[in-house]
Design a protein around this ligand. Structure first.
Ligand SMILES: Cc1cc2nc3c(=O)[nH]c(=O)nc-3n(C[C@H](O)[C@H](O)[C@H](O)COP(=O)(O)O)c2cc1C
Length: 306
């Protein structure tokens, strides 16, 4: 039988499935529940320095092919993570935890990195999908290579832990953004965050979400995620958490063939529940056994050779 364990930035995962940021990742008990259901690791919802309000309802719309959300990165702030979430999760820890953080300037990102480092996460993930100023016209850091690199450099100076950069697919050339982050000291990547999306209720003649537009995730975005992972792996060779539209064991195998070392899943929970993690892992085992794969090292990035 295949051995599904993988090492990512020196951290051992029993299997490559990881809860993506923003879904069930608010409390220690919900994170632990995902691990009980078979996930190899978990990611927290994006943590801010201070409490951050989200958008007004409705914030979500799901169909059988895609999912649209404008939750708006609501969060209770770093104090809750430091005092409650991490101490509670780290008691009898059963799987690695990735702390996903977000802020609006390099200085604030650096300060937050220092605080979160003390919580002893296995990996720190910088969500660079957020605008670089507190108004509607700010560009997400990950849209400009130099801006992304500035944040990475500032955070690199504040932690010795593995630093993963979460990139947005909403750019012309994701590989060049990844290269700039790698030069600034990133250890790996998570790709992708959501694409831009909007849905209109034709009876009401207005957008469905209160925020009008939102982030698109779910089955329909898998090809974008596979291409982003392929391009980042080719450009940097660094470890990647392949995320976006992964619903089944075969989807997970596919994104690993593009170059992913871990597989992030968020919207999958909407379709298959938290139990979906165990099911995806079982499907991966079945595929590997059927295809004579003994270790995932045999398939990570194998499609790059074609
Ligand atoms: C409801 C919801 C909330 C999310 N919140 C966050 C978040 O707080 N931070 C973040 O980096 N990504 C967030 N994401 C993006 C996911 O982590 C993931 O990158 C994206 O949804 C694509 O993967 P999926 O198709 O498996 O969901 C969120 C996604 C959804 C659907």
């Amino acid at each position: 039988m295949v051995n599904l364990s993988v090492e990512f930035c020196g951290v051992k995962f029993e299997n490559p499935s990881v809860l993506a940021s923003g879904i069930l990742g608010v409390t220690a008990s919900s994170l632990k529940n995902v691990v009980r259901n078979g996930a190899g690791g978990v990611t927290t919802k994006s943590i801010w320095l201070e409490e951050h309000p989200g958008h007004k309802n409705p914030t979500m719309l799901g169909t059988d092919k895609w999912f649209l959300n404008a939750v708006g990165l609501s969060d209770a702030g770093a104090a809750k993570a430091v005092e409650e979430t991490f101490p509670e999760y780290n008691k009898n820890k059963k799987a690695p935890i990735i702390a996903n953080i977000v802020e609006t300037s390099a200085e604030r990102f650096a300060k937050l990195t220092e605080q979160i480092d003390k919580c002893e996460p296995d990996i720190i993930e910088l969500n660079l999908g957020c605008p670089n100023v507190e108004d509607a016209h700010g560009k997400p850091f990950a849209c400009v290579a130099a801006d992304a690199a500035t944040v990475v450099k500032a955070c690199r100076d504040r932690t010795g832990r593995p630093l993963v950069v979460k990139l947005t697919p909403n750019v012309a050339n994701i590989a060049s953004v990844a290269e700039a982050c790698a030069k600034a000291g990133a250890d790996g990547f998570c790709a992708i965050n959501t694409l831009y999306g909007m849905a209109i209720n034709i009876d009401l003649r207005r957008p469905v979400l209160a925020n009008k537009s939102g982030g698109l995730s779910g089955p329909g975005i898998k090809p974008s995620a596979v291409k982003a992972v392929y391009d980042i792996y080719r450009a940097t060779g660094l470890p990647i958490i392949g995320t976006g539209g992964i619903m089944t064991g075969e989807d997970a195998i596919e994104i690993m063939m593009a170059g992913a070392r871990l597989v992030g899943m968020g919207t999958m929970v909407y379709y298959r529940g938290a139990e979906g993690f165990g099911k995806v892992v079982k499907e991966m085992v079945e595929w590997c056994d059927k295809n004579g794969v003994k270790s995932l090292e045999e398939i990570i990035g194998c499609a790059q050779e074609a």
